[in-house]
Design a protein around this ligand. Structure first.
Ligand code: DGL
Length: 274
């Protein structure tokens, strides 16, 4: 019994590797097919309609390759496209991502958390729903005139949201922990230190590759929440519940596919520790 077909996982680029490494640790016998939609990276600054079309296309590739589960290892894609691909591909099972607001709210002592996200995720319904459920908008997000209704809710944990523009591109170049990454994170982290933020959520799968820079700037005692381990556990639970774990006892293989500049992608894959 069981299901020996591969798990499909995708992101706009290398960000999903932060999820893949936890998936590999948890399910070492599974074969995995990783797709990086590098020709369209970054997703997070593109219109939702374009991201949605890209996701549908990539999921089509994964389906054609016979995957048993699709892990959407991208917050931006999950925010704008997960519901759509679930509708378009009803025969596939999906595990998606959402910003880890709930675990952050559970860990804060100062009642102030920060979420680092792409523009798409920061403006998305999924984050809005989580903030209104577990906290209240704080800082610049609370003053945003285009913000969804509910941002003036003044109960609960203060949720600061910031978009470190350009960080995805730096991670794609292997420079997530670099003076350039620090320079664009510094103003955000300085504001958050002043606001007493003691938990920082990495709300984009690229950001774990900038974790060292975030940690240095956040200061001592600040907890960094990376949702990747929880997503890998969810994938394992879904497979186990469906009787779809591989029966194989050998080490699983990971196959990488990329759209666009495949050479650049493969060079970075080998630099980022798996
Ligand atoms: N890594 C993705 C995310 O989690 C996408 C980043 C991007 O392409 O902008 O949002």
């Amino acid at each position: 019994m069981g299901d020996a077909r591969p798990i499909g996982i995708f992101d706009s680029g290398v960000g999903g590797l932060s999820v893949l490494r936890h998936l590999r640790l948890l399910l070492p016998a599974e074969d995995v097919l990783y797709v990086a939609d590098a020709a369209w990276c970054p997703y997070g600054s593109k219109p939702a309609g374009i991201i949605r079309e890209r996701i549908a296309e990539v999921v089509g590739v994964l389906q054609a390759r016979g995957v048993k589960l699709v892990v959407v290892a991208c917050n931006s894609a999950s925010t704008v496209g997960l519901a759509d691909v679930r509708r378009r591909y009803p025969q596939l099972t999906f595990v998606g991502m959402e910003p880890a607001v709930k675990p952050a709210v559970e860990q804060t002592r100062t009642r102030a958390i920060g979420v680092l996200a792409t523009a798409t995720t920061a403006a998305g319904e999924s984050l809005a729903r989580l903030v209104s459920r577990f906290g209240r908008w704080a800082g610049a997000a609370a003053e945003d005139a285009d913000a969804p209704a509910g941002r003036d809710n003044c109960r609960g944990v203060a949720v600061h949201v910031a978009v470190p523009e350009g960080l995805v591109e730096l991670v794609e170049r292997g420079a997530g922990d670099s003076p350039a990454a620090e320079a664009l994170l510094r103003p955000i982290m300085t504001r958050w230190r002043e606001a007493g933020v003691d938990v920082v959520v990495l709300g984009c799968t690229h950001y774990p590759f900038a974790r060292a820079a975030v940690e240095r700037l956040a200061g001592p005692g600040v907890v960094i929440v990376d949702p990747a381990p929880a997503v890998a556990r969810q994938a394992a639970r879904v497979l186990a519940a469906g009787g779809a774990l591989t029966p194989s006892l050998r080490a699983g293989q990971t196959t990488f596919l990329a759209t666009g500049e495949a050479d650049a992608f493969y060079a970075i894959v080998s630099r980022l520790a798996l």
